[in-house]
Design a protein around this ligand. Structure first.
Ligand code: ADP
Ligand code: ASP
Ligand code: MG
Length: 418
């Protein structure tokens, strides 16, 4: 069972969570619980790091930001004890949860689950802070924002759990963010592949890595709400959204429980920034010179456009990076202005990426053109486009995000009928 930040925000809500956990245990299940920091706490801690040192060392950033989950894991264990349950917290370094890769975006490599399993077998409810792990050189790491979902799936895989229930502040995965489109529809099931794509383009209900991990480790994941009353159906009745394999989805469709859809969902992402390098030499190796230093600094580049060359063998190159990496990317590129040979660097953080996702696109033409038409009918200008087998993304002005999501939701016939 995993509980997100809104579910853990304050002792009152933690008591509600403890009651849900106790009810699950009372059904005869052994449970491990993964918790997030209280809503807003991680942002607060990130800001402290920025104030202390704008070019902060990611290893020390991890020490600071991992602390939010330490607090909530202890508080949940205390609250469960107050309700008469046996409970113990297990911090990332205590299990440990081994991670590799960069600080602030570490990846789980392995979890020693022996102590955890022994404690659960002794009748204790195990509480594990999400988001944190331990690096090869024994330092605290964190898994990237939203990483508690990944901690939960990793723990579920390590203890071979029957199911990983992700409790959050919405009661499932919707056709788009229900906070933006009131007519968004809750889905009974979504395939791993679609969820992976939706998460990677900004549907923050699950962290992307958690979905990839669940797919690889065959963990059954359900997304459901922790804001439920006494009479709510138990999680075992699957009231939320199940993340399923393609085969399971086919069965659900055959049974008439799901409709086959062309488009599963629409997501938006306001956390990217656009970078334009002007007058880059139009010759082999030029783009490699731009992207190699960014890759070496673990900066993920997303959309890339190389414009048609203009006079004098020059071209403009446009791409996006996470806003949080923009300052670093800019500094790295400025340092290499001569070797890359560009003229100007122009950046813009006021952009958004809107994406339409659906496996139906593999076999249907016209999904992209309806997207472009629907946006143009509302006067929304497209600055860049990228596609994959089951996704189309466009870059637009950030101010038009909500309008674009609503327009596309209607255009693909996803609006719930009231
Ligand atoms: P938690 O703190 O529980 O991890 P998050 O804030 O990370 O919760 O994720 C839940 C939020 O994801 C919801 O409140 C909702 O606004 C947002 N969201 C975005 N896209 C979707 C979607 N397609 N379906 C459901 N929720 C979505
Ligand atoms: N507390 C962390 C964050 O806000 C991890 C999480 O909540 O999943 O990103
Ligand atoms: Mg989250």
């Amino acid at each position: 069972m995993k509980f997100g930040g809104t579910s853990m925000a304050g002792t009152e809500r933690i008591r509600r969570v403890a009651n849900i956990v106790r009810a699950q245990a009372a059904r005869g299940d052994q449970v491990a619980v993964v918790v997030s920091a209280m809503a807003g706490e991680t942002d607060r801690l990130v800001n402290f790091c920025r104030e202390a040192n704008p070019m902060y060392d990611p290893a020390e950033y991890d020490v600071v930001v991992a602390s939010g989950e330490q607090v909530t894991s202890g508080l949940l264990a205390l609250t469960l004890q107050a309700l008469g349950c046996k409970s113990r917290s297990w911090l990332g370094w205590q299990l440990p949860i081994h991670t590799i890769e960069a600080h602030a975006k570490a990846r789980v490599e392995a979890i020693d689950a022996d102590a955890l399993i022994a404690s659960m077998e002794a009748g204790e409810i195990a509480v594990i802070p999400g988001f944190q792990g331990l690096s090869e050189d024994n330092r605290i790491t964190t898994l990237g924002r939203g990483g508690s979902d990944t901690s939960a799936v990793a723990v579920a895989a390590a203890i071979k759990a029957d199911r990983c229930d992700i409790y959050t502040d919405v009661d499932g995965v919707y056709t788009t963010d229900p906070r933006i489109v009131a007519k968004a529809k809750k889905q009974k099931a979504v395939t791993y592949e679609e969820m992976l794509e939706l998460a990677s383009v900004g549907a923050k209900v699950l962290q992307t890595r958690s979905v990839g991990l669940a797919m690889r480790e065959k963990v059954r994941v359900q997304v459901l709400s922790s804001f439920i009353g006494e009479g709510a159906p138990p999680a075992d009745d699957l009231p939320g959204t199940m993340i399923v394999s393609d085969e399971e989805m086919d069965e659900l469709v055959e049974k008439g429980l799901m409709e086959r859809q062309l488009v599963t969902g629409i997501a938006h992402d306001k956390n990217e920034a656009k970078v334009i390098l002007t007058r880059v030499p139009d010759r082999p190796g030029a783009v490699a010179n731009i992207f190699e230093p960014l890759a070496a600094a673990s900066i993920n580049v997303d959309m890339i456009i190389q414009n048609v060359g203009r006079d004098k063998g020059e071209t403009d190159v446009t791409f996006t990076v996470p806003q949080s990496d923009l300052a670093r990317a800019q500094a790295l590129l400025e340092d290499r202005r001569d070797s890359i040979g560009f003229n100007r660097i122009i950046t813009d953080s006021k952009i958004a990426k809107i994406s339409v996702v659906g496996v139906g696109m593999k076999s249907h033409a016209g999904v992209a053109s309806s997207m472009f038409r629907a946006l143009s009918d509302r006067g929304i200008n497209i600055q860049a486009i990228s596609t994959s087998e089951i996704k189309i993304s466009v870059m637009i002005d950030e101010d038009e995000t909500e309008l674009a999501v609503r327009v596309l939701h209607t255009a693909y016939g996803l609006d719930a009928k009231d």
